[in-house]
Write a protein that binds this ligand. Sequence first.
Ligand SMILES: [Zn+2]
Length: 171
Amino acid sequence: MLQKRYYQFYANVNYRSCPECLALHGKISRKENSFPPCPKGCQYTIVPFTHKELPFHKEQQREMRIAARNELKRRELFEQGISLLGKDDEQAISLLADSTQYDLYIPEVERLVEKKGNLLLNSPSVRERLLKIFVQAYSDKFGWRRYERLPELMRIAREEEGIRRLRELLR
Ligand SMILES: [Zn+2]
């Protein structure tokens, strides 16, 4: 008997994933070739599965849609935070702190410092508060479920390396 086949799109969700991939993340299709190749060249995986596994993949899909939405929210809050720095520092810091509830990526902090370097140079107190928020968020990040599969020593090394970089950027 011919088994029904399904295919699920797994994007690599992070600060670089393009909107097209985030929109497809978790999507299930009956046809393997129904997912167009990513126009930006992102990495993604198409996972085949059988009808019996459908309930599991639908549950995955639910969580994956949330993850994709959260990444978009993170970006929006982070962008608003960057643009408000120097205009309304309290609001900017609050938005940047909110964005770290979803995730924090070191290259994003590098981008922030690149854009607002002069301003940060003249605002030691803003720098200090951002450093505190980012260090805490980065440290928390490595306690999250998705990083648990990393071997313990690697996890600690990555966490320490990230925190060292944050201090370098915002000291
Ligand atoms: Zn993409």
